[in-house]
Design a protein around this ligand. Structure first.
Ligand code: NAP
Length: 291
């Protein structure tokens, strides 16, 4: 068994030498009106990574909640005063486009919307749009990194051929992350392998399989064995595979408990039993084989 300990304070090293939190708070389907509260609860629980997107409609509220926390934090707080560098904010370009200026303007709009001065990680949300749109959008993202608007760049929902296409284009900025759907019911191993080949960290979206398999027999029996919740088991599985899970909840008790994954370790045999649950369950969309 690996003896690595995980917590909300754990960080993962990226190809560019920087680090980011091991667990991020997912913000999909949290309506703008509930976002400030959810982000506040997540910050109080200790989450430091936040995963938003242009498509989620909550970039402004996520940034506002983080800024509020930065303003109200003091040196008396647990862990000391919260600084901008302690928080890692991700957002995503809704659609790739072959119109360079349009993409640059869209990135700038997201940077302005969060009000955090810069975006830590900007992702191309999906490969839809075709080769020219993907590579032009990547060039715009590289220029946003060079301009200091964005610290790091990555992709999302990229399949094997999209990753190979990007790497063959000799990007000036190395993609640090590919954010794809991964959980035991959709293990996406081929995409994870190509990411490993290029030292691209896999962010696991829908790490709880969107709540669709919480009553699965294997999940329930292993949760019982490790004295954890099914959600904690699934998050721990992502971490032990070296991925960065992005669990979402709009409920305070779940936000807190989902991240309490340090007190147990899944054995290799049980990791394998979870891997074997793969049924290619797509919980939302699957653009990974887009033309
Ligand atoms: N790049 C992409 O294309 C893409 C696509 C999908 C998601 N994402 C990112 O990944 C994040 C996570 O994915 P996701 O939100 O689709 O799914 P998820 O995190 O796998 O699951 C969220 C669902 O599980 C429920 N849940 C949370 N904690 C639970 C618990 N302890 N017990 C039972 N149910 C629980 C939530 O309900 P409550 O809120 O009611 O607790 C919600 O319905 C997103 O928020 C987003 O940031 C990215």
């Amino acid at each position: 068994m690996s003896s690595e300990m995980y917590s909300l304070a754990s960080r993962v090293k990226l190809a560019n030498g920087a680090t980011m939190p091991r667990i991020h708070f997912g913000l999909y389907m949290i309506p703008a009106s509930k976002t400030r509260q959810a982000v506040r609860w997540a910050l109080e629980a200790g989450y430091r990574g936040f995963d938003s997107a242009q498509m989620y409609g909550n970039e402004r509220e996520t940034g506002a909640a983080i800024r509020e926390a930065l303003r109200s934090s003091t040196s008396e707080d647990d862990g000391g005063r919260l600084a901008r560098e302690d928080v890692f904010y991700t957002t995503k370009l809704a659609s790739c486009s072959a119109d360079y200026q349009q993409v640059r303007a869209s990135i700038r709009k997201s940077v302005d919307a969060c009000g955090l001065g810069y975006v830590d990680l900007f992702l191309l949300h999906s490969p839809y749009g075709g080769r020219e749109a993907r590579l032009t959008s990547w060039r715009a993202l590289e220029d946003a990194v060079e301009a200091g608007e964005v610290r790091m760049a990555g992709v999302s929902n990229y399949g094997v051929r999209h990753i190979e296409e990007l790497m063959a284009s000799h990007p000036k900025v190395h993609p640090v992350v590919n954010q794809i759907e991964v959980h035991p019911f959709n293990t996406n191993t081929e995409i994870r392998e190509v990411c490993a080949k290029y030292n691209i960290v896999v962010e696991a979206y829908a790490p709880l399989a969107r709540g669709m398999r919480m009553k699965d027999r294997t999940v329930l029996s292993l949760a019982d064995k490790y004295h954890c919740t099914p959600a904690q088991l699934l998050i721990r599985w992502s971490l032990q595979h070296g991925m960065v899970p992005l669990p979402k909840s709009a409920k305070r008790d779940r936000i807190i408990s989902n991240a309490q994954i340090g007190g147990f370790e899944i054995s290799q045999e049980d990791m394998k039993a979870l891997d074997d649950l793969d049924e290619h369950l797509v919980t939302d969309w699957d653009p990974t084989d887009a033309a």
